[in-house]
Design a protein around this ligand. Structure first.
Ligand code: HEM
Length: 398
């Protein structure tokens, strides 16, 4: 398969956004926001890109005009996932049930398990004064936490990890991705569904039992297919994203000693720091919608049925929304939220889980080190383009 990061044609004046890694895309956004706020990109049969905060946040909330249905990752044939590809009012039925497993109280119950995993991975990473972040911490932690969230056997995460590594290596080939989901993730998810069907647990404390007990407007259970689609979405939406955010956070700390020092002295700023990390380095730069009618914006008409990418990454660095957008400012006024977790009906379900992982890793690494610095090579994450994060990140600890 071709390396999707390389320029397809050396004579092409402008590399399509979809062929760029996170850094390259970040460099492109200021010009797009300023001069071409409704930009046209050619891959996937052509699509529009919105880059200004006001436009992206409005479109994300306007689900009647900008329909979901596009897959979570921007690949043409990714299997349908629930509820990310479904619009209200049906979407609300799914979120009502799922939201109960992501309340602050529910996530608080998950904290001891997450804390234990973080302690284990941080110990491994710090051993000998140096470590590689992805293999020793960032790839495994989100998978273990997802297994705990769904009360799956702890070793499950190893199967998901193997699948995940192969999925990352498969790049953007939809057929290969579908096959890997079937080979690695489907058997484990199906075993979980079979177990909870045969031995239902208390839906108040077991996500999959709650999903299997839920019924539609016709009074019929959602069924195992819906349960499987939800489980696959949770694992795919909650793993690579969190891995990339963890690597971005640790890279930022290693390259900003002044931020390390301030957070060691004022650990109560860690939640604000995590928000700035999410704003500055969005693991997913953009996600797609379809227009339900002709939409005119900034003198451009996007015809009905067209594909429109909402660029969370470009919007997050819009100086009209966030003054000095490229700096991590811990005491930024909170009246405007960044868009890394989306906005509107599809706003990230798992955001509190990701925030807990990021905050605990930050807190524990800072508490156990005097200085964190880069050591050895780093490699950017985007085997799939338009990502921020690292696939290799060597650090040293003093
Ligand atoms: C830093 C980590 C994460 C990032 C950057 C992220 C980003 C996003 C974004 C941008 C959306 C909105 C999708 C849209 O508008 O179409 C979303 C939705 C979603 N995320 Fe996350 N996510 C993260 C972690 C997680 C975790 C840990 C989970 C699971 C525990 C999760 C589960 C979901 C689900 C199920 C949806 C679909 C919600 C819906 O359609 O109603 N995410 N996420």
């Amino acid at each position: 398969m071709a390396d999707i990061r390389e320029t397809p044609d050396a004579t092409t004046e402008r590399t399509p956004l979809n062929f760029l890694g996170g850094e390259g895309a970040m460099a492109r956004y200021p010009e797009m926001r300023e001069r071409e706020p409704v930009a046209r990109e050619e891959p996937f049969g052509g699509y529009w890109v919105l880059t200004r905060y006001a436009d992206v946040s409005k479109a994300a909330r306007d689900w009647k005009t900008f329909r979901a249905g596009q897959p979570f990752v921007e690949l043409p044939d990714f299997p349908k996932v629930i509820p990310q590809t479904i619009d209200p009012p049906e979407h609300s039925m799914y979120r009502k049930v799922l939201n109960a497993y992501f309340t602050p109280e529910y996530i608080e119950n998950l904290r001891p398990a997450v804390e234990r995993y973080v302690d284990e991975h941080v110990t491994t990473l710090l051993e000998g004064g140096r470590g590689e972040v992805v293999t020793e911490l960032a790839a495994m932690l989100p998978m273990r936490v997802l297994a705990a969230l769904m009360s799956m056997p702890e070793e499950t995460y190893l199967v998901f990890m193997e699948g995940f590594e192969k999925i990352m290596a498969a790049g953007s080939d939809p057929e290969a991705l579908n096959a890997l989901v079937s080979d690695y993730w489907a058997p484990t998810v199906n075993a979980l569904i079979a177990d909870r069907t045969a031995n239902p647990r208390d839906p108040a404390t077991d996500l999959m039992s709650g999903v299997l007990a839920a019924t539609g407007p016709d009074g019929q259970p959602w069924g195992p297919e819906v349960a499987g689609a939800i489980a696959v979405l949770l694992f795919s939406a909650g793993s690579e994203t969190t891995t990339n955010a963890l690597t971005s956070m640790l890279h930022h700390l290693a390259t900003h000693p002044e931020d390390q020092q301030r957070l060691r002295l004022e650990p109560e700023l860690i939640p604000a720091f995590v928000e700035e990390i999410l704003r500055l380095y969005p693991p997913l730069h953009q996600l797609a919608r379809n227009t339900t009618k002709d939409v005119e914006l900034h003198g451009v008409t996007m015809p009905a049925g067209d594909l429109v990418a909402l660029s969370w990454a470009a919007a997050n660095r819009d100086p009209d929304a966030f003054p000095e957008p490229d700096r991590a400012i811990f005491d930024r006024p909170r009246e405007r939220t960044h868009l890394t977790m989306g906005m509107g009906p599809h706003q990230c379900l798992g955001a509190p889980v990701a925030r807990l992982e990021l905050a605990l890793v930050c807190e524990k690494i800072l508490a156990r080190t005097g200085n964190i610095r880069l050591e050895g090579p780093t490699e950017p994450a985007p085997m799939i383009p338009l990502r921020s994060g690292y696939s290799v990140l060597h650090l040293a600890f003093d």
